[in-house]
Structures are given as C-alpha cells and as structure tokens.
Design a protein around this ligand. Structure first.
Ligand code: NDP
Length: 295
C-alpha cells in the first residue's frame, strides 16, 4: 500500500533554529549586537499566554533578547499603541509582535498599523501584505506560518513552479498570505473558503494543498489527487478520553486517509506548528541584520 513521505516540520524547524543561532553568535562576535523581539500580550487568554511563553523560550534558545509586555484585558487601545511606539523607537528591539486575537473592544487594524514596517516581523502590517500581493514589490517581512509552509516545500525539494495549488481558508494571517506566496513561487493558485461551491472537486485538482480552516478532518482522502503534496496548518482539539488532558490535536486533513493518496504530507502536531516559531526567529534575525547593515 502506497504511503506518503511524512514532512517532518519538527526536524526542519530545529535545523532552522540552529542556523539562526549560529548567525546570531556570528553577529554578536562581529558587531556586538544581538537581535531583540518585543511581544505584547493583552488580556488573559490561556492559549495566547502559552504561545507567548513558547516564543520567549524559543528566543532564549537561539540568543534573541525578548521583551514582554502584558496588559490587562480592559486596557485601552491607546495604551497598546503607546507601547508599540516605544518599541518602534527602541534600537535594541528589532521585531515587534502583538499577540492576536486582541480583546473585542480593540480595533485590530489600528493597533497593527502602529507597528513600523521595518520591525513588523509578523508581516501583518497592511503595507507588508500589500507588497506581498504586488508584482515587483518586496515586503519587509512575510507572515511566519505561511512562510513556514513554503519553507517546508523548499526543504523537501517539492516543485511549486507551474503547479496547481489550492489554499483552503482565506484568513489574513494564513490563507491569504499563503496564496500570495504560492503565486510568487509561480504556482497557479485557487483559494477555497466557506462559501465555495464544490470545494472537494476543486481541491482534487491540486498538486499542492495548503489547508488553514480550523475544521478537524474536513479534507477527506477522496478530496486528494493521487500524488498531491499536503501542508496541513489546522490545529484542532478533538475530544479523546484516552489522552490525559481529555483531548488531542488533529489537523484539517483526515491524515489516515490522505497519507494513502498523497505523495507527501505534514503531520499534526509536528508539521507546520513548529515552523511558525522558527520563522519568527528567522524574521527577527533578518530584521536585526538589516537594521545594522550586517550580512
Ligand atoms: P480563521 O478562522 O481566521 O480562518 C478560517 C478560514 O477557513 C476562513 O477563511 C473560512 O472561510 C475558511 N473555512 C471555514 N470553514 C470552511 C469550510 N467548511 N470549507 C472551506 N473553508 C472554510 O482561521 P486561521 O486562518 O487563523 O487558522 C486556521 C487553522 O490554522 C486553525 O486550526 C488554527 O488553529 C491553525 N493555525 C495554526 C498555526 C500554526 O501552525 N502555527 C498558526 C495559525 C493558525 P470564510 O473566510 O468564508 O469565513
């Protein structure tokens, strides 16, 4: 029975972190500067706090200085923007990240717009997104999760040029930038979303599927063209009494079915997940190199 290559995001992410760490120590030796990442967390969502903690740990492990600001749920937009402005002006900070989602009373657009694009390591500023969408323009930074998806394809020597790619999901943080990136890599891209008719038929034409939906096991084996490559961004908790915490994480892709049809597939967990943080570290290093003109 045919079985797909498992794309080992955990291993690739580890390789990237090691590469980043080497570059940071070289930078420190040569010019005495280490990259700095500022993270702003508003409110007390448990999942957000976990993400922020993991980002800080990852920074420590490669030698990036991290600065964390925690603000109460009922903070004002102005307070958040003030912190951003301070970090914009702080020469020891090379990357600024506002953990999403923000509390409901805040205007996400207004807050993300306040991050100067040279330090926008998440790539969420509309100017960076606009440049990503345009031919002949270069964004300062590309959003970490979709960048991680493309990096996995590159590191497994999976051709993108001229291929049919289907992106499932059109969020600002994953689906839409993933589609732009694939197009920049010369794929022919279709975006499938919640209003798409015949999603299954469209997806079945894809040589490459990137799925960022948030629906457990939505994409069945029958949606996949034999030999297709699948990048599963979804991280979905499903109840599982056999797990100590009562749930386990699955992707958007029905893994057991799809791996029999695809030529390569990312597992969940251990696929795209670890790549996001690796890309954040890599973007922060890139920013510090640029700001200090170090190559
Ligand atoms: P959003 O909820 O913002 O976007 C989901 C997208 O999926 C929307 O565009 C929506 O369409 C589309 N969609 C919803 N239902 C269907 C359906 N039945 N058929 C087709 N399309 C559908 O999610 P995110 O993009 O933020 O995240 C997606 C998943 O990726 C989540 O599981 C999240 O946990 C995971 N994730 C993982 C990351 C990582 O690996 N580090 C980082 C970020 C996210 P419409 O636009 O029409 O509403």
């Amino acid at each position: 029975e045919a079985s797909a290559t498992i794309i080992d995001g955990k291993r690739v992410a580890k390789d990237i972190r090691e590469e980043v760490a080497v570059e940071i120590s070289r930078m420190k030796d040569k010019i005495g500067i280490v990259p700095g990442l500022a993270v702003i967390l508003v409110g007390d969502r448990k999942d957000s706090a976990t993400y922020v903690r993991n980002k800080k740990k990852a920074c420590d492990s490669v030698g990036i200085n991290s600065y964390e600001v925690r603000l109460a749920e009922d903070s004002t937009e102005e307070e958040v923007v003030n912190h951003i402005s301070k970090f914009n002006d702080d020469p020891s900070v090379h990357g600024i990240l506002v953990q999403l989602p923000l509390p409901r009373h805040m205007d996400e657009e207004k807050i993300l717009d306040a991050v100067c694009i040279e330090k926008d390591v998440d790539g969420f500023h509309p100017e960076n997104m606009g440049r990503l969408a345009m031919r002949g323009r270069e964004p300062s930074f590309v959003p970490c999760t979709p960048k991680g998806c493309i990096e996995l394809l590159h590191r497994y020597d999976i051709p993108i040029k001229g291929k049919r790619a289907v992106v499932i999901g059109r969020s600002n943080i994953v689906g839409t930038p993933a589609a732009f990136l694939l197009q920049r890599e010369d794929a022919t891209v279709t975006v499938v979303h919640s209003r798409t008719e015949n999603a299954e038929e469209i997806t079945r034409e894809a040589d490459i599927i990137i799925s960022a939906v948030g629906q457990p096991n939505m994409v069945r084996g029958s949606w996949v063209k034999p030999g297709a490559v699948i990048i599963d961004v979804g991280i979905n908790p499903v109840e599982d009494p056999d797990c100590t915490r009562g749930y386990r994480l699955v992707g958007d892709i029905c893994y057991e079915e799809a791996r029999k049809v695809a030529s390569a597939i990312t597992p969940v967990p251990g696929g795209v997940g670890p790549m996001t943080i690796a890309m954040l570290l890599s973007n922060t290093l890139l920013s510090a190199k640029r700001i200090h003109n170090f190559s």
